[in-house]
Write a protein that binds this ligand. Structure first.
Ligand code: RNT
Ligand code: ZN
Length: 417
Protein backbone atom coordinates (compact mmCIF):
# COMPACT_ATOMS: atom_id res chain seq x y z
CA UNK A 1 0.00 0.00 0.00
CA UNK A 2 1.27 3.51 -0.80
CA UNK A 3 2.80 5.25 2.20
CA UNK A 4 0.33 8.14 2.40
CA UNK A 5 -2.62 5.76 2.18
CA UNK A 6 -1.13 3.66 4.95
CA UNK A 7 -0.68 6.72 7.15
CA UNK A 8 -4.24 7.84 6.53
CA UNK A 9 -5.51 4.36 7.30
CA UNK A 10 -3.54 4.12 10.55
CA UNK A 11 -4.81 7.53 11.63
CA UNK A 12 -8.40 6.51 10.91
CA UNK A 13 -7.97 3.25 12.75
CA UNK A 14 -6.80 5.07 15.81
CA UNK A 15 -9.73 7.49 15.76
CA UNK A 16 -12.26 4.66 15.46
CA UNK A 17 -10.47 2.64 18.13
CA UNK A 18 -10.97 5.51 20.55
CA UNK A 19 -14.72 5.05 19.98
CA UNK A 20 -14.37 1.35 20.64
CA UNK A 21 -14.60 0.34 16.97
CA UNK A 22 -12.33 -2.34 15.52
CA UNK A 23 -11.61 -1.32 11.92
CA UNK A 24 -9.94 -4.58 10.90
CA UNK A 25 -12.92 -6.59 12.10
CA UNK A 26 -15.23 -4.26 10.14
CA UNK A 27 -13.21 -4.80 6.96
CA UNK A 28 -13.32 -8.56 7.45
CA UNK A 29 -17.08 -8.43 7.82
CA UNK A 30 -17.48 -6.25 4.74
CA UNK A 31 -15.35 -8.59 2.69
CA UNK A 32 -17.79 -11.42 3.37
CA UNK A 33 -20.88 -9.59 2.11
CA UNK A 34 -22.05 -10.64 -1.31
CA UNK A 35 -24.34 -8.14 -3.00
CA UNK A 36 -26.50 -9.33 -5.85
CA UNK A 37 -25.82 -7.17 -8.90
CA UNK A 38 -28.79 -6.99 -11.26
CA UNK A 39 -27.89 -7.87 -14.83
CA UNK A 40 -30.69 -5.67 -16.20
CA UNK A 41 -28.85 -2.36 -15.70
CA UNK A 42 -26.63 -3.48 -18.61
CA UNK A 43 -29.32 -3.43 -21.29
CA UNK A 44 -32.23 -1.39 -19.91
CA UNK A 45 -34.18 -4.56 -18.95
CA UNK A 46 -34.36 -5.67 -22.60
CA UNK A 47 -33.40 -9.33 -22.15
CA UNK A 48 -32.57 -11.79 -24.92
CA UNK A 49 -36.06 -12.55 -26.23
CA UNK A 50 -36.45 -9.59 -28.57
CA UNK A 51 -39.69 -8.88 -26.77
CA UNK A 52 -39.84 -5.23 -27.84
CA UNK A 53 -41.03 -2.58 -25.43
CA UNK A 54 -40.54 -2.85 -21.69
CA UNK A 55 -43.95 -3.18 -20.02
CA UNK A 56 -45.40 -3.63 -16.55
CA UNK A 57 -45.31 -0.05 -15.31
CA UNK A 58 -41.53 0.25 -15.24
CA UNK A 59 -39.47 2.34 -17.63
CA UNK A 60 -35.81 2.82 -18.50
CA UNK A 61 -35.41 6.34 -19.84
CA UNK A 62 -32.48 7.69 -21.83
CA UNK A 63 -30.51 6.49 -24.85
CA UNK A 64 -26.90 6.60 -23.80
CA UNK A 65 -24.85 4.84 -26.48
CA UNK A 66 -23.21 1.44 -26.00
CA UNK A 67 -26.02 -0.64 -24.53
CA UNK A 68 -25.31 -4.39 -24.51
CA UNK A 69 -27.22 -5.96 -27.42
CA UNK A 70 -26.58 -9.62 -26.76
CA UNK A 71 -25.16 -12.11 -24.31
CA UNK A 72 -21.56 -11.64 -25.35
CA UNK A 73 -21.73 -7.89 -24.83
CA UNK A 74 -23.64 -8.15 -21.57
CA UNK A 75 -21.14 -10.66 -20.16
CA UNK A 76 -18.23 -8.44 -21.16
CA UNK A 77 -19.84 -5.40 -19.51
CA UNK A 78 -20.57 -7.33 -16.32
CA UNK A 79 -16.93 -8.41 -16.22
CA UNK A 80 -15.83 -4.81 -16.63
CA UNK A 81 -18.11 -3.67 -13.81
CA UNK A 82 -16.97 -6.41 -11.43
CA UNK A 83 -13.34 -5.57 -12.16
CA UNK A 84 -13.98 -2.19 -10.50
CA UNK A 85 -16.01 -3.42 -7.53
CA UNK A 86 -14.18 -4.75 -4.47
CA UNK A 87 -14.98 -8.28 -3.28
CA UNK A 88 -16.89 -11.28 -4.64
CA UNK A 89 -20.60 -10.99 -5.31
CA UNK A 90 -23.69 -12.49 -6.88
CA UNK A 91 -25.43 -11.83 -10.13
CA UNK A 92 -29.18 -11.36 -10.32
CA UNK A 93 -30.85 -12.36 -13.56
CA UNK A 94 -34.36 -12.41 -15.01
CA UNK A 95 -36.11 -15.19 -16.89
CA UNK A 96 -36.10 -13.01 -20.03
CA UNK A 97 -32.32 -13.50 -20.15
CA UNK A 98 -32.62 -17.19 -21.04
CA UNK A 99 -30.14 -18.33 -23.65
CA UNK A 100 -32.03 -20.49 -26.15
CA UNK A 101 -31.47 -21.40 -29.77
CA UNK A 102 -35.13 -21.31 -30.69
CA UNK A 103 -37.88 -19.44 -28.98
CA UNK A 104 -38.92 -21.07 -25.71
CA UNK A 105 -41.95 -19.50 -24.07
CA UNK A 106 -41.71 -18.53 -20.42
CA UNK A 107 -43.88 -21.36 -19.12
CA UNK A 108 -41.51 -23.88 -20.71
CA UNK A 109 -38.22 -22.57 -19.41
CA UNK A 110 -35.88 -25.10 -17.83
CA UNK A 111 -32.59 -24.96 -15.97
CA UNK A 112 -30.70 -25.88 -19.16
CA UNK A 113 -31.72 -22.58 -20.74
CA UNK A 114 -29.53 -20.84 -18.19
CA UNK A 115 -26.43 -23.01 -18.59
CA UNK A 116 -24.49 -20.12 -20.09
CA UNK A 117 -25.15 -18.05 -16.96
CA UNK A 118 -24.20 -20.88 -14.64
CA UNK A 119 -20.96 -21.38 -16.52
CA UNK A 120 -20.24 -17.65 -16.45
CA UNK A 121 -20.90 -17.52 -12.70
CA UNK A 122 -18.93 -20.66 -11.94
CA UNK A 123 -15.83 -19.49 -13.78
CA UNK A 124 -15.84 -16.30 -11.75
CA UNK A 125 -16.87 -17.64 -8.35
CA UNK A 126 -20.16 -15.70 -8.40
CA UNK A 127 -23.54 -16.74 -7.02
CA UNK A 128 -26.73 -16.50 -9.10
CA UNK A 129 -30.18 -15.20 -8.13
CA UNK A 130 -33.29 -15.45 -10.25
CA UNK A 131 -36.50 -13.59 -11.09
CA UNK A 132 -39.43 -14.87 -13.12
CA UNK A 133 -40.34 -12.22 -15.72
CA UNK A 134 -44.02 -11.32 -15.56
CA UNK A 135 -43.81 -8.36 -17.97
CA UNK A 136 -42.72 -7.51 -21.52
CA UNK A 137 -44.76 -10.40 -22.91
CA UNK A 138 -47.96 -10.64 -25.02
CA UNK A 139 -49.76 -12.49 -22.22
CA UNK A 140 -49.05 -9.58 -19.88
CA UNK A 141 -50.10 -6.93 -22.37
CA UNK A 142 -53.02 -5.70 -20.27
CA UNK A 143 -50.84 -5.47 -17.16
CA UNK A 144 -52.38 -8.52 -15.49
CA UNK A 145 -50.74 -11.91 -14.90
CA UNK A 146 -51.32 -14.05 -11.78
CA UNK A 147 -54.49 -12.14 -10.92
CA UNK A 148 -55.90 -12.14 -14.46
CA UNK A 149 -59.64 -12.88 -14.72
CA UNK A 150 -58.88 -15.33 -17.54
CA UNK A 151 -57.96 -18.70 -16.09
CA UNK A 152 -55.79 -19.68 -19.07
CA UNK A 153 -53.63 -16.62 -18.72
CA UNK A 154 -53.28 -17.19 -15.00
CA UNK A 155 -52.31 -20.79 -15.71
CA UNK A 156 -49.59 -19.73 -18.12
CA UNK A 157 -48.04 -17.47 -15.50
CA UNK A 158 -48.40 -20.07 -12.75
CA UNK A 159 -46.37 -22.44 -14.91
CA UNK A 160 -43.79 -19.72 -15.36
CA UNK A 161 -43.64 -19.23 -11.60
CA UNK A 162 -43.11 -22.95 -11.03
CA UNK A 163 -40.45 -23.18 -13.73
CA UNK A 164 -38.57 -20.32 -12.09
CA UNK A 165 -38.35 -22.11 -8.79
CA UNK A 166 -36.80 -25.13 -10.50
CA UNK A 167 -34.28 -22.87 -12.22
CA UNK A 168 -33.28 -21.11 -8.99
CA UNK A 169 -32.92 -24.45 -7.26
CA UNK A 170 -30.60 -25.63 -10.01
CA UNK A 171 -28.46 -22.49 -9.57
CA UNK A 172 -28.05 -23.23 -5.88
CA UNK A 173 -27.16 -26.82 -6.59
CA UNK A 174 -24.73 -26.07 -9.40
CA UNK A 175 -22.92 -23.24 -7.67
CA UNK A 176 -23.16 -24.37 -4.05
CA UNK A 177 -24.54 -20.99 -3.05
CA UNK A 178 -28.08 -20.19 -1.97
CA UNK A 179 -30.15 -18.70 -4.80
CA UNK A 180 -33.00 -16.26 -4.28
CA UNK A 181 -36.04 -16.61 -6.51
CA UNK A 182 -37.88 -13.30 -6.33
CA UNK A 183 -41.39 -12.88 -7.67
CA UNK A 184 -42.69 -9.49 -8.71
CA UNK A 185 -45.82 -9.00 -10.81
CA UNK A 186 -47.04 -5.75 -12.29
CA UNK A 187 -50.75 -6.46 -11.82
CA UNK A 188 -52.85 -3.44 -11.06
CA UNK A 189 -55.19 -0.77 -12.39
CA UNK A 190 -54.70 2.74 -13.65
CA UNK A 191 -57.92 3.99 -12.17
CA UNK A 192 -59.92 3.27 -9.08
CA UNK A 193 -60.95 -0.40 -9.23
CA UNK A 194 -64.51 -1.58 -8.71
CA UNK A 195 -63.28 -4.66 -6.90
CA UNK A 196 -60.08 -4.80 -4.86
CA UNK A 197 -60.82 -8.16 -3.25
CA UNK A 198 -61.26 -10.63 -6.10
CA UNK A 199 -57.98 -9.88 -7.94
CA UNK A 200 -56.15 -10.41 -4.65
CA UNK A 201 -58.04 -13.64 -4.04
CA UNK A 202 -56.95 -14.84 -7.49
CA UNK A 203 -53.35 -13.84 -6.79
CA UNK A 204 -53.44 -15.71 -3.51
CA UNK A 205 -54.67 -18.85 -5.21
CA UNK A 206 -52.07 -18.58 -7.99
CA UNK A 207 -49.27 -18.17 -5.46
CA UNK A 208 -50.42 -21.20 -3.50
CA UNK A 209 -50.11 -23.24 -6.67
CA UNK A 210 -46.68 -21.86 -7.48
CA UNK A 211 -45.29 -22.56 -4.02
CA UNK A 212 -47.03 -25.91 -3.49
CA UNK A 213 -44.04 -27.94 -4.54
CA UNK A 214 -41.26 -28.27 -1.95
CA UNK A 215 -37.87 -27.10 -3.14
CA UNK A 216 -34.52 -27.71 -1.49
CA UNK A 217 -34.12 -24.86 0.97
CA UNK A 218 -30.36 -25.38 1.05
CA UNK A 219 -30.31 -24.41 -2.61
CA UNK A 220 -33.01 -21.79 -3.01
CA UNK A 221 -35.40 -19.50 -1.16
CA UNK A 222 -38.47 -17.71 -2.50
CA UNK A 223 -39.40 -14.09 -2.00
CA UNK A 224 -42.32 -11.88 -2.97
CA UNK A 225 -41.85 -8.20 -3.81
CA UNK A 226 -44.62 -5.74 -3.10
CA UNK A 227 -45.23 -2.41 -4.77
CA UNK A 228 -47.18 0.71 -4.08
CA UNK A 229 -47.85 1.72 -7.70
CA UNK A 230 -46.46 1.49 -11.24
CA UNK A 231 -46.67 3.81 -14.23
CA UNK A 232 -50.15 3.29 -15.67
CA UNK A 233 -51.08 1.32 -12.55
CA UNK A 234 -51.36 4.27 -10.23
CA UNK A 235 -54.57 3.50 -8.38
CA UNK A 236 -54.16 -0.08 -7.31
CA UNK A 237 -51.59 -2.83 -7.25
CA UNK A 238 -52.78 -6.31 -6.45
CA UNK A 239 -49.55 -7.33 -4.71
CA UNK A 240 -49.54 -4.68 -2.02
CA UNK A 241 -47.26 -4.64 1.02
CA UNK A 242 -49.87 -5.93 3.45
CA UNK A 243 -50.89 -8.67 1.04
CA UNK A 244 -47.38 -10.06 0.70
CA UNK A 245 -46.38 -9.47 4.31
CA UNK A 246 -49.14 -11.76 5.45
CA UNK A 247 -48.68 -14.20 2.61
CA UNK A 248 -44.95 -14.52 3.30
CA UNK A 249 -45.40 -15.00 7.02
CA UNK A 250 -47.78 -17.90 6.51
CA UNK A 251 -46.14 -19.66 3.58
CA UNK A 252 -42.39 -20.09 4.14
CA UNK A 253 -41.63 -17.31 1.67
CA UNK A 254 -39.52 -14.20 2.28
CA UNK A 255 -40.62 -10.64 1.91
CA UNK A 256 -38.54 -8.61 -0.48
CA UNK A 257 -38.56 -4.90 0.23
CA UNK A 258 -37.72 -2.68 -2.72
CA UNK A 259 -36.64 0.65 -1.29
CA UNK A 260 -38.40 2.51 -4.10
CA UNK A 261 -41.82 0.92 -3.66
CA UNK A 262 -43.24 2.87 -0.75
CA UNK A 263 -44.60 6.29 0.04
CA UNK A 264 -41.86 8.88 -0.49
CA UNK A 265 -41.44 9.64 3.22
CA UNK A 266 -41.73 6.06 4.43
CA UNK A 267 -38.51 4.63 5.87
CA UNK A 268 -37.55 1.19 4.58
CA UNK A 269 -34.81 0.96 7.20
CA UNK A 270 -37.43 1.00 9.94
CA UNK A 271 -39.11 -2.09 8.49
CA UNK A 272 -35.95 -4.21 8.67
CA UNK A 273 -35.87 -4.97 12.43
CA UNK A 274 -39.62 -5.57 12.47
CA UNK A 275 -39.38 -8.18 9.75
CA UNK A 276 -36.27 -9.79 11.21
CA UNK A 277 -38.11 -10.43 14.45
CA UNK A 278 -40.54 -12.72 12.69
CA UNK A 279 -38.61 -14.19 9.81
CA UNK A 280 -35.26 -15.91 9.53
CA UNK A 281 -34.40 -14.02 6.37
CA UNK A 282 -35.31 -10.89 4.52
CA UNK A 283 -34.52 -9.78 0.97
CA UNK A 284 -33.91 -6.27 -0.35
CA UNK A 285 -33.91 -4.48 -3.67
CA UNK A 286 -31.88 -1.42 -2.95
CA UNK A 287 -32.72 1.42 -5.29
CA UNK A 288 -33.33 5.15 -5.08
CA UNK A 289 -36.77 6.66 -5.38
CA UNK A 290 -37.11 10.07 -6.97
CA UNK A 291 -40.62 11.48 -6.91
CA UNK A 292 -42.80 8.89 -8.69
CA UNK A 293 -40.03 6.70 -10.03
CA UNK A 294 -38.14 4.08 -8.11
CA UNK A 295 -35.21 3.05 -10.19
CA UNK A 296 -32.46 5.65 -9.98
CA UNK A 297 -28.83 4.70 -9.37
CA UNK A 298 -28.08 4.13 -5.69
CA UNK A 299 -26.17 7.09 -4.24
CA UNK A 300 -24.34 7.32 -0.95
CA UNK A 301 -26.95 9.16 1.03
CA UNK A 302 -28.91 9.09 4.20
CA UNK A 303 -31.58 6.50 3.37
CA UNK A 304 -28.92 4.07 2.18
CA UNK A 305 -26.86 4.60 5.34
CA UNK A 306 -29.95 3.96 7.43
CA UNK A 307 -30.72 0.71 5.61
CA UNK A 308 -27.15 -0.50 6.05
CA UNK A 309 -27.11 0.57 9.69
CA UNK A 310 -30.25 -1.42 10.50
CA UNK A 311 -28.83 -4.54 8.86
CA UNK A 312 -25.58 -4.24 10.79
CA UNK A 313 -26.99 -3.38 14.18
CA UNK A 314 -29.51 -6.22 13.94
CA UNK A 315 -26.39 -8.38 13.38
CA UNK A 316 -28.16 -9.62 10.28
CA UNK A 317 -25.54 -9.43 7.54
CA UNK A 318 -26.07 -13.15 6.97
CA UNK A 319 -29.87 -12.93 7.16
CA UNK A 320 -30.53 -10.06 4.76
CA UNK A 321 -30.12 -10.85 1.08
CA UNK A 322 -29.05 -7.58 -0.48
CA UNK A 323 -29.70 -7.00 -4.17
CA UNK A 324 -29.70 -3.85 -6.26
CA UNK A 325 -32.45 -2.80 -8.63
CA UNK A 326 -32.16 0.24 -10.84
CA UNK A 327 -31.93 0.94 -14.54
CA UNK A 328 -30.65 4.21 -15.88
CA UNK A 329 -30.26 4.43 -19.64
CA UNK A 330 -29.16 8.07 -19.62
CA UNK A 331 -25.60 7.49 -18.38
CA UNK A 332 -22.79 5.02 -18.94
CA UNK A 333 -24.40 1.77 -17.79
CA UNK A 334 -21.21 0.30 -16.37
CA UNK A 335 -20.60 3.43 -14.32
CA UNK A 336 -24.16 3.10 -13.00
CA UNK A 337 -23.46 -0.45 -11.78
CA UNK A 338 -20.14 0.46 -10.22
CA UNK A 339 -21.51 3.53 -8.44
CA UNK A 340 -24.45 1.58 -7.02
CA UNK A 341 -22.46 -1.45 -5.89
CA UNK A 342 -19.65 0.55 -4.33
CA UNK A 343 -22.12 2.83 -2.58
CA UNK A 344 -23.91 -0.13 -1.06
CA UNK A 345 -20.58 -1.36 0.24
CA UNK A 346 -19.63 2.10 1.50
CA UNK A 347 -22.89 2.34 3.41
CA UNK A 348 -22.23 -1.06 4.98
CA UNK A 349 -18.75 0.06 5.95
CA UNK A 350 -20.20 3.23 7.48
CA UNK A 351 -22.55 1.04 9.50
CA UNK A 352 -19.83 -1.41 10.51
CA UNK A 353 -17.75 1.47 11.85
CA UNK A 354 -20.39 2.71 14.30
CA UNK A 355 -20.15 1.82 18.01
CA UNK A 356 -23.62 0.28 18.14
CA UNK A 357 -23.49 -1.15 21.63
CA UNK A 358 -22.24 2.07 23.10
CA UNK A 359 -24.98 4.07 21.36
CA UNK A 360 -27.69 1.59 22.36
CA UNK A 361 -26.55 1.81 25.99
CA UNK A 362 -26.90 5.60 25.81
CA UNK A 363 -30.45 5.17 24.48
CA UNK A 364 -31.39 2.77 27.26
CA UNK A 365 -29.94 5.08 29.89
CA UNK A 366 -31.84 8.04 28.46
CA UNK A 367 -28.58 9.87 27.61
CA UNK A 368 -30.05 11.30 24.43
CA UNK A 369 -27.89 14.44 24.17
CA UNK A 370 -24.74 12.36 24.41
CA UNK A 371 -26.14 9.93 21.85
CA UNK A 372 -26.84 12.77 19.43
CA UNK A 373 -23.46 14.43 19.91
CA UNK A 374 -21.56 11.16 19.49
CA UNK A 375 -23.39 10.26 16.32
CA UNK A 376 -22.95 13.67 14.79
CA UNK A 377 -19.21 13.50 15.51
CA UNK A 378 -19.00 10.07 13.87
CA UNK A 379 -20.51 11.41 10.66
CA UNK A 380 -17.28 13.26 9.90
CA UNK A 381 -14.93 10.45 10.86
CA UNK A 382 -12.43 9.42 8.14
CA UNK A 383 -14.50 6.67 6.56
CA UNK A 384 -12.97 7.47 3.16
CA UNK A 385 -9.50 6.50 4.38
CA UNK A 386 -10.76 3.09 5.46
CA UNK A 387 -12.70 2.69 2.21
CA UNK A 388 -9.64 3.50 0.09
CA UNK A 389 -7.72 0.85 1.98
CA UNK A 390 -10.52 -1.68 1.34
CA UNK A 391 -10.31 -0.93 -2.39
CA UNK A 392 -6.53 -1.21 -2.39
CA UNK A 393 -6.52 -4.54 -0.54
CA UNK A 394 -9.11 -5.87 -3.00
CA UNK A 395 -7.02 -4.70 -5.90
CA UNK A 396 -9.52 -2.27 -7.42
CA UNK A 397 -8.97 1.45 -8.05
CA UNK A 398 -9.98 4.01 -5.40
CA UNK A 399 -12.98 6.29 -6.01
CA UNK A 400 -11.08 9.04 -7.76
CA UNK A 401 -9.54 6.63 -10.26
CA UNK A 402 -11.94 3.97 -11.51
CA UNK A 403 -13.94 6.14 -13.89
CA UNK A 404 -10.90 6.47 -16.14
CA UNK A 405 -11.13 2.71 -16.80
CA UNK A 406 -14.79 3.08 -17.71
CA UNK A 407 -14.00 5.96 -20.07
CA UNK A 408 -11.36 3.87 -21.79
CA UNK A 409 -13.80 0.98 -22.13
CA UNK A 410 -16.40 3.35 -23.52
CA UNK A 411 -13.95 4.59 -26.11
CA UNK A 412 -12.55 1.17 -27.07
CA UNK A 413 -15.64 -1.04 -26.78
CA UNK A 414 -18.98 0.70 -26.18
CA UNK A 415 -18.53 3.40 -28.81
CA UNK A 416 -18.01 0.72 -31.47
CA UNK A 417 -21.36 -0.98 -30.88
C1 RNT B 1 -40.41 -3.30 -10.40
C2 RNT B 1 -39.68 -4.14 -9.43
C3 RNT B 1 -38.88 -5.26 -10.03
C4 RNT B 1 -38.16 -4.87 -11.30
C5 RNT B 1 -37.14 -5.86 -11.79
C6 RNT B 1 -36.73 -5.63 -13.18
O1 RNT B 1 -40.93 -2.17 -9.84
O2 RNT B 1 -38.85 -3.35 -8.64
O3 RNT B 1 -38.02 -5.79 -9.10
O4 RNT B 1 -37.51 -3.64 -11.17
O5 RNT B 1 -37.60 -7.13 -11.56
ZN1 ZN C 1 -37.41 -4.33 -7.37
Amino acid sequence: MAKTMMTRFDGAKEMYARQGVDVDAALDDLNKVRISMHCWQGDDVSGFENAGELSGGIAATGNYPGKARNRRELFADIDKAFSLIPGKHKLNIHACYAVTEQKVDRNELEPKHFDAWVQFARERGLGLDFNPTFFSHPKAADGLTLSHPDKNIRQFWIEHGKASRRIAESFGKELGMLSLNNLWIPDGYKDVPADRYTPRARLKESLHEIYAEKRDRNCMVDSVESKFFGIGLESYTVGSHEFYLDFAARNDVLCLLDSGHYHPTESIADKIPSLLLFSQRLALHVTRAVRWDSDHVVLYENELQEIATEIVRCKALDRVLIGLDFFDASINRIAAWVVGMRNMQKALLYALLLPHEKLAAMQDAGRFSEMMVTREALKLFPLGDVWDCFCEVNDVPVDADWFRDVQEYERDVLAKR
